[in-house]
Ligand binder design. Structure first.
Ligand SMILES: [Fe+2]
Ligand SMILES: [Fe+2]
Length: 317
């Protein structure tokens, strides 16, 4: 069995807080503390938006905490880029993104990588591949042609246990949540062509800050919730409502029924507390017309925002 801890969207900035004022370091530390009893982990993966501000300092703060968690278990920790990350900041703090239990860089980057952070590492008999779906300045993602060719070449040789792909932007369509379409992976069909019929056992993604699953080319695909905040999809369809409450996933890859995805929520007494509500199209902060009775004090919670212009606009964090 290979057991993976899947985290995403830590959003730690150089100051430790995300653009909405949430204490991202505290969210990560709470999540890791609440994961302390998960047995027999072989690997930690983090599927992007490591740093909220793209900074090396933000990435380093995440690496320090997850690295300590991984070192205690003597397991590697592997990171991919997200839309909030900057490739230079990511590289300076995380190298290839594939880090051994002893802190050494164990990833083999794509040939002539330049800034691209796509890499592969064997973990036991499992092949772990990170893709770099970051499009600078954009919220959506793309796995470019060069990575698709590289991935196709790797997957032409199957491995003992199979392959897990890790990247940020889910290649999923959500008919019930139309505003998600423009922020997910944009070249879904091209990636599906490469993955279909290969030894890929699971695709692990983040970005949406809510849990979801689907298939790509017959391969189970998972979206793990965010660590810094959760997006509460009970909001009206044109709104994006962010609330406190970290989540993480335990993925078992090689059991007979694998992959299985088991969700854990941090024991945060403030979980569900509103952080922001904005219009998905305009990015403007909005006051919901029908707040739940338990959220009648929403106005005071909005102090987490800072000023309305304080956080980046245009889609999912
Ligand atoms: Fe993201
Ligand atoms: Fe995010």
């Amino acid at each position: 069995m290979t057991r993976i801890l899947h985290l995403s969207d830590t959003h730690v900035s150089a100051t430790g807080r995300d653009g909405d004022g949430v204490d991202a370091i505290a969210a990560l530390e709470r999540m890791l503390y609440d994961l302390r009893h998960v047995p027999d982990l072989d690997l930690v993966v983090v599927s992007g938006d490591i740093a909220d501000d793209g900074s090396a300092a933000g990435c380093a703060a995440v690496r320090a905490r997850i690295g300590e968690f991984a070192a205690r278990r003597r397991i590697p920790h592997i990171y991919s880029t997200g839309n909030h990350d900057d490739r230079t900041g990511f590289r300076d703090a995380l190298g290839s993104g594939h880090i051994g239990a002893d802190g050494t860089d164990i990833g083999k980057l794509i040939d002539n990588a330049g800034d691209l952070r796509a890499a592969v590492t064997p973990v036991g008999g499992l092949r772990v591949i990170t893709l770099d779906s970051l499009v600078p300045g954009e919220t959506h993602g793309v796995v470019d042609e060069r990575q698709l060719r590289w991935l196709s070449g790797l997957l032409s040789s199957p491995t003992e246990v199979g392959t897990v792909l890790v990247f940020h932007h889910p290649p999923l369509r959500f008919p019930a949540i139309p505003n998600v379409k423009r922020v997910v992976l944009q070249n879904i069909d091209e990636l599906e062509d490469v993955v279909s019929g290969t030894d890929v056992r699971a695709i692990l993604t983040g970005h949406l800050h809510f849990q979801a699953s689907g298939f790509l080319g017959g391969v189970p695909l998972w979206v793990t919730p965010g660590v810094v905040t959760r997006i509460d999809t009970t909001a009206e369809r044109h709104l994006v409502r962010g609330v406190l409450g970290a989540g993480a996933t335990v993925v078992d890859v090689t059991e007979p029924t694998a992959p299985t995805f088991h969700l854990l929520h941090a024991r945060d007494p403030r979980a569900g507390e509103e952080v922001y509500v904005y219009d998905a199209l305009t990015g403007a902060d909005v006051a919901e017309s029908e707040p739940a009775p338990s959220q009648a004090a929403t106005a005071s919670h909005r102090g987490l925002h800072g000023s309305p212009a304080a956080h980046s606009r245009g889609g999912y964090r």
